[in-house]
Design a protein around this ligand. Structure first.
Ligand code: HEM
Length: 201
């Protein structure tokens, strides 16, 4: 096992943008005065997710959906393996984490879309109820996700949060990505700014 580059720049920057925008969206959710900030935070999240869907197809090896989306059987086997002395180590996202990521991306997009209707004063109370329900589900999923990250870090004795900052994890040399791809971060930022602006209209 070596210290190898696993997460490229767009994955890392996109992730921490999601965390920041999510926190801002929650903090501003109850205030009428912060309505614009709330809409911009939601738009930013939508932009990051739209970019991530594209990056999941054309991005680096461990960023691609094809590399980490596995069947439910693999996810269950991984969760069962966590209870053993030597849980299987995965270089990219583990099979259970892969499902959590799909749920996080899907709920973020649905929550942002329903929020857009509310901000446009379209859809009435059903849109408000839907937005509140989806956002609460997203919060639940985030808490589950963070618990899973902490559990995985303990099980593998590897700091996964630090890896999301540095990009480096433990793994065989052949599993490393060749470059961190900094330039597509500009496309990510463009998507986020464009969506935030559009949501604020
Ligand atoms: C402080 C809170 C959070 C921490 C500490 C955290 C930590 C992490 C870590 C360590 C990973 C990599 C997991 C792995 O090694 O397989 C990850 C992935 C991910 N997290 Fe979080 N997370 C947090 C909050 C969030 C939030 C709020 C969202 C979305 C609303 C989110 C969405 C994601 C997504 C989509 C991925 C997959 C990254 C990718 O492949 O692009 N996370 N998170």
């Amino acid at each position: 096992m070596h210290k190898i580059l696993v997460w490229d720049w767009p994955v890392r920057i996109g992730h921490w943008m999601l965390v920041g925008a999510f926190a801002l969206a929650w903090l501003s959710s109850e205030s009428e005065a912060w309505r614009l900030v709330h809409a911009c935070a939601g738009g930013t999240m939508a932009g990051v997710v739209i970019f991530r869907l594209f990056w999941g197809v054309v991005g680096t090896r461990h960023a691609r959906f094809a590399s980490f989306v596995r069947g439910p059987g693999a996810a269950l086997a991984y969760v069962r393996g966590l209870a053993t002395d030597s849980p299987p180590h995965v270089v990219g996202h583990n099979p259970a984490g892969g499902w959590a990521i799909l749920a996080l991306l899907g709920l973020t997009l649905l929550s942002a879309a329903s929020g857009w209707f509310v901000y446009q004063d379209a859809g009435g109370t059903w849109a408000e109820d839907l937005h509140e329900g989806l956002s609460s589900m997203l919060l639940g999923m985030v808490l589950l996700h963070v618990a899973g990250v902490l559990l995985g870090s303990l099980a593998h004795r590897e700091n996964l949060v630090h890896a999301m900052f540095s990009g480096f994890k433990q793994g065989p040399a052949h599993a490393a990505i060749a470059t961190a791809r900094p330039l597509p971060v500009l496309v990510l930022l463009g998507c986020a700014v464009l969506c935030a602006w559009w949501f604020a209209q």
